[in-house]
Design a protein around this ligand. Structure first.
Ligand code: ADP
Length: 419
């Protein structure tokens, strides 16, 4: 059993740099969990603490229910794979695969059967007598993963193992890692910056920023119910459209959002019912942040006629034609004279005929609007489409700190001095 539990884990490096703050996480046996966030958010530090390569400053880590305090990396029975892993160039693929087993004094018969089984699993049988220099990058990656698999560790830690590979190879290795996880009974913890890698690999994602947990949830829940603006913007290509300084007002029981220098769109009742503390925002002039994903902004006639009250006029600035779809960047007509106007990005059908300079209508699919308060926290309650996953009960209830609370926690000394 390789459950993994992190309890109030904190890490400060010797130079005083604090890399991880109050990390609590429960990974169940055989789960595939992905830690995702921008460079420097603490992913490697977290993995290295789990592996025992870095000391935990505060808090505790439990593998298989047992605290690993004082237990050496070797005794933790886990494999850490990163881009810096390399094969021994002087050894054959067979000996590279056998390396970890030999160190553990496994009998040569057992080594032979394990190496051959792993070679067959990874399609490496024909290369067993070859040296690493005769293999392609993808084959070498497979040997490195195979070498870890041969040891049968309880827990696999992947630290951005694919970040040095070209995009085609990354896609190929991604599916190999998914298949591997399905085949072997181990817990996988995988760190990456790449949102696509994270979403396609993980059954649950742990989003981090500046050393702080942001949200722990399934890929779909993260995408549809981001807990804050950071998570909302991190996932999705192109990025979510975000508009600041939005106010809400009501007319005869209907609620509208006013934004983009005078535009207004009708919010559907289903969305209004989900707004927390709606009374603080409707007809008060209090400002909030509105987000909408580019795929929820439409320019086709059918959608425009069906939603006449969510239409915004825009002047097309850029059209990016990607073959399967086009991305249209438009400046709201209401802001044409602004020095720094907002941009509306719409993901549209590749057959759309819009060109730069055209003035077009864009309909917002308002039921998919996201609203955030001034602290960038989502103002929307989850509805019946939020998928409750039993193992994520704790994650679903987690509330991240706001950006200013994070800044305060990062600089406690400065704050104390100011007082
Ligand atoms: P990620 O893996 O998400 O890119 P890291 O865990 O490598 O992030 O780094 C988190 C933070 O800790 C960064 O600010 C980084 O500069 C700092 N850091 C990482 N390793 C060390 C170290 N050995 N000494 C001091 N600071 C470090």
């Amino acid at each position: 059993m390789a459950t993994l539990v992190l309890k109030n884990v904190n890490k400060k490096y010797e130079n005083g740099a604090k890399a991880v703050f109050d990390c609590n996480l429960s990974v169940r046996d055989k789960e595939f969990i992905v830690i995702v966030g921008p460079e420097g958010c603490g992913k490697s530090t977290l993995l290295r603490m789990i592996a025992g390569l870095e000391e935990v400053e505060e808090g505790d880590i439990f593998i298989g229910g047992k605290s690993v305090k004082g237990i050496s990396p070797k005794e933790r029975d886990l494999a850490m794979l990163s881009q810096s892993n390399s094969l021994n160039p002087n050894l054959s693929i067979y000996d590279n695969l056998a390396f970890g087993l030999k160190l553990r004094k496994v009998s040569s018969e057992e080594i032979d059967s394990k190496v051959k089984a792993v070679a067959s699993l990874f399609g490496l049988t024909e290369f067993l007598s070859k040296k690493p220099k005769n293999l392609t990058a993808s084959q070498k990656q497979r040997v490195m993963i195979g070498r870890a698999v041969a040891r049968e560790p309880k827990l696999f830690l992947f630290d951005e193992p694919l970040s040095n590979l070209d995009s085609k190879l990354r896609v190929q290795m991604r599916s190999e890692i998914v298949k591997l996880h399905a085949r072997i009974s181990s817990t996988f913890v995988y760190a990456t910056r790449d949102q696509i890698e994270a979403m396609t690999l993980g059954t649950r994602l742990v989003v981090m920023k500046d050393g702080f947990l942001q949200q722990i949830d399934t890929p779909q829940n993260l995408y549809d119910y981001p807990v804050n603006l950071f998570v909302a913007e991190y996932f999705g290509l192109p990025r979510m459209n975000v508009f600041y300084g939005v106010t809400l007002f009501s007319v005869e029981g209907k609620v509208y959002a006013s934004f983009l220098g005078g535009e207004k769109i009708l919010l559907p009742n289903t969305l209004v019912a989900r707004i927390e503390r709606a009374e603080e925002y409707v007809d008060t002039g209090k400002k909030l942040i509105l987000g909408i994903r580019p795929e929820d902004v439409h320019e086709d006639q059918r959608f425009l006629s069906a939603s006449p009250e969510t239409v915004v006029k825009g002047k097309v600035d850029i059209v990016e034609r990607l073959g399967s779809e086009s991305r249209v960047h438009a400046v709201p007509v209401s802001q044409e004279d602004c020095a720094s106007p907002d941009t509306i990005v719409a993901k549209v059908d590749s057959r759309a005929t819009l060109e730069r300079g055209d003035v077009a209508e864009f309909a917002f699919d308002a039921k998919h609007i996201h609203l955030f308060d001034e602290n960038e926290r989502s103002l929307l309650k989850r509805d019946e489409f939020y998928k409750n996953v039993p193992e994520n009960a704790e994650g679903a209830a987690f509330v991240p700190l706001t950006p200013s609370e994070m800044i305060q926690k990062r600089q406690p000394e400065k704050k104390a001095k100011k007082k």
